[in-house]
Design a protein around this ligand. Structure first.
Ligand code: UDP
Length: 459
């Protein structure tokens, strides 16, 4: 049976898991409102996925490299070639789709690829930039774009008030990058998200209005901003979208059965879930402190240690956990994070504060201990601690290490102490706000409706 579509959006993500997943979830929401979706990751990225989405069409473009960024001689070489080959292959794809029952009339692109706007303009298509970070972080990059702030290294001269932050910012609150030519290029790409932005029809933000009212209102005076999040697979929210089958895409194979089986044997709210996402590399000294902090907290813990990080664990750590009679801790190489966060045994999330992880914890109501590492993570941690008050940021010492005593203290604060009660209550409160935002008639749902009805008017 053929479906009549209202419009056709071509979705162009930057090829990393943390960017493609929110765009995929947004696509499903558009699809549920009658929009045809074609997602266009790069061919090289598709090869790395464990599973491909089945609920949307996929038509790959090329970044000019068979093996993606790992094959490029530098980051600059990668983005330069991606622009050239990506524009060409995107153009060919749009031409090919001109013959389908509902030709493409909109490109939703990741602003890491600002050249997509030019392609959209060439074909007279609607263009929408999809920012995967939250609005406060976007606002900081906007200030860097305007020359008010400098990164990296971070220089905060004088008092700078970013709307939506409770106090003037300090160096430890802004996105952090090491000083290297590679990082400079990365920051350039982050700041370049604002290039071409005056030409776009929409700026979509992976957040929700209630979470960041002040900064969203501020940015909305400059750009046609719409928040559309949280971009959580609908099976974790109150209402599941029809045909929503995927749990999200994954680069690594999750040890799903093992994790859930282990969690099923733990008491309610007793477990600390620990993860540093897909990229962060901890120093061996930090790993050791973390291992002891977890053990000393005397809480049960499920800790994701990617295989590339495993050698940094204290000697015999995993073996000793396995031998211990009380089954206190479980280390896995990758887990189904959303299924873990929603499990009733979880009482706290010790996180690197990646934006996807933070938004997932907010949507599932899990209080956090944050240990940000780099990029936007310090800003996310600042928001969690100071603004949303649904977690604590673990303090580093002068060497930049969070010591075992601090880890133990913070876990206990969030999970059991009277002082942490407000944090646990706020976690429940934000969960409700997040769910309401994407529910029918909620702030994000209304924005998505408006986006779709404008597309329909144009087509
Ligand atoms: N994740 C997962 N299993 C794990 C650890 C992480 O599925 O064991 C997922 C998590 O749910 C999130 C993503 O990986 O969607 C991490 O994204 P985030 O933005 O938090 O951090 P990044 O990996 O980009 O640093």
């Amino acid at each position: 049976m053929s479906t009549t579509h209202k419009a056709h959006c071509l979705i162009l993500p930057y090829p990393v898991q943390g960017h493609i997943n929110p765009m995929l979830q947004f696509s499903k929401r558009l699809q549920s409102k009658g929009v045809k979706i074609t997602i266009s990751p790069t061919k090289s990225f598709l090869k790395t996925m464990q599973e491909l989405p089945t609920s949307v069409s996929i038509e790959a473009i090329s970044d000019g490299y068979n093996g993606g960024i790992d094959q490029a001689e530098s980051f600059l070489a990668y983005i330069t070639r991606f622009k050239e080959v990506g524009s060409d292959t995107l153009t060919q794809l749009i031409k090919k789709l001109e013959n389908c029952e509902c030709p493409v009339n909109c490109i939703v692109y990741d602003p890491f690829l600002p050249w997509a706007v030019e392609v959209a303009k060439d074909f007279g298509l609607v263009s929408a930039a999809f920012f995967t970070q939250n609005c406060v972080v976007d606002n900081i990059y906007y200030h860097v774009h305007k020359g008010v702030l400098k990164l990296p290294p971070t220089q905060v001269d004088g008092e700078i008030l970013i709307p939506g932050l409770s106090s003037t910012i300090e160096s430890s609150d802004v996105p952090s990058f090491e000083s290297s030519p590679q990082s400079e290029k990365l920051v350039e790409m982050l700041v370049n998200q604002f290039s071409n932005l005056e030409k776009v029809d929409w700026v979509l933000i992976n957040s929700f209005y209630e979470l960041e009212k002040e900064v969203i209102d501020w940015m909305a005076k400059l750009y046609p901003i719409k928040t559309i999040g949280p971009t959580i697979p609908s099976m974790y929210l109150d209402k599941r979208l029809p045909n929503d089958k995927e749990y999200g895409l994954s680069l690594f194979k999750p040890m799903a059965k093992e994790c859930l089986n282990w969690l099923n044997h733990q008491p309610i709210s007793s477990v600390v879930y620990v993860s540093f996402g897909s990229m962060a590399k901890l120093e061996a000294e930090q790993m050791e402190e973390l291992a002891w902090g977890l053990k000393n907290s005397n809480k049960n813990f499920l800790w994701v240690v990617r295989s590339t990080e495993e050698s940094k664990l204290p000697k015999n750590f995993i073996e000793e956990l396995k031998l211990a009679s009380e089954n206190k801790g479980f280390v896995v190489s990758w887990c189904p994070q959303l299924q873990v966060l929603e499990h009733k045994s979880i009482g706290c999330f010790l996180t690197h504060s990646g934006w996807n992880s933070t938004l997932e914890a907010i949507s599932l109501g899990v209080p956090m201990v944050t240990m940000p590492q780099w990029s936007d993570q310090p800003t996310n941690a600042k928001l969690v601690h100071d603004v949303w008050e649904m977690g604590v940021r673990a303090k580093q010492d002068d060497k930049g290490i969070v010591r075992r005593e601090i880890i133990e203290e913070n876990i206990k604060l969030v999970m059991e102490e009277e002082k942490g009660k407000v944090i646990r209550e706020n976690a429940k409160k934000w969960k409700e706000f997040a769910r309401n935002a994407v529910d029918e008639g909620g702030s994000s749902d209304k924005n998505i409706e408006e986006f779709v009805s404008n597309l329909t008017t144009i087509s």
